[in-house]
Ligand binder design. Structure first.
Ligand SMILES: Cc1cc2nc3c(=O)[nH]c(=O)nc-3n(C[C@H](O)[C@H](O)[C@H](O)COP(=O)(O)O)c2cc1C
Length: 209
């Protein structure tokens, strides 16, 4: 199924044409672009305005420290891990010219912790979407182990904080992607409608084509 809606609206166009980009090179986002990406992250839904998110920008010269911390997390969780495995994890820091690490930072509040982590999760998408709107490439990435004291220290995380991976950002090496409509999964499988008689399968409108 391919969407048949009019996507000339800017927001919908950005959502439906965004694709993650793995092959990223210099130039990294400019300081102005980075500022916009971070501002975009703050536009996510946020119950009670708690701002339960933090961002750790990893520019080119911070990547070695970040990569070492990713590897240290794996080594802490599995002391028998081999060097090649650690090196592979470390290399995750070097596939893009800039990384933006995402940290959920729940506050003491009547707002449940899960709601705050959900809000923080939205920031990864917001950054990826804004990067796309700027003509940059981006992809949300993570590592096999996202916990541990070394990683927490390098990212400046507090006790309640949770590392949610990071968004690689840079310039797509293959040039800008042609805006192509996304293939939409079958919503009859993913969606139900709760009626007064109980849940029934979602029935998409006929497109007339
Ligand atoms: C929390 C999170 C972590 C992810 N980690 C990885 C990862 O480590 N490696 C990877 O190839 N894709 C990862 N992905 C998936 C990509 O970011 C991307 O969504 C996927 O490749 C689909 O591409 P699309 O965004 O163009 O649909 C992750 C996604 C999320 C939400």
């Amino acid at each position: 199924v391919v969407t048949t809606f009019d996507l000339s609206n800017g927001a919908l166009d950005a959502m439906f044409t965004r694709r993650s980009t793995s092959a990223l090179a210099e130039p990294a986002p400019t300081p102005e672009q980075l500022e916009l990406l971070l501002q975009a992250a703050t536009t996510v839904p946020d119950h009670s305005n708690l701002r339960p998110w933090r961002f750790v920008v990893v520019p080119s010269d911070g990547r070695a420290r970040f990569g070492d911390a990713l590897a240290a997390a794996v080594a802490q969780a599995n002391p028998d891990v081999t060097d090649p495995v650690l090196e592979k994890v470390r290399q995750k820091a070097f596939v893009a010219p800039m990384l933006i690490a995402l940290v959920a930072s729940p506050r003491p509040s009547k707002v449940a912790e899960w709601e705050q982590v959900a809000s923080a999760s939205c920031t990864g998408y917001a950054i990826a979407l804004a990067a796309h709107a700027l003509g940059l490439g981006a992809i949300w990435k993570t590592s096999p182990v996202t916990e541990g004291t070394v990683l927490a220290e390098v990212l400046g995380m507090g006790e309640a904080d949770r590392f949610l991976g990071w968004v690689n950002v840079g310039t797509p090496t293959d040039g800008p992607r042609e805006p192509a409509p996304r293939t939409i999964p079958d919503l009859r499988v993913l969606a139900t409608v709760l009626t007064s008689d109980g849940p029934v399968p979602y029935d998409p409108p006929s497109t007339g084509s």
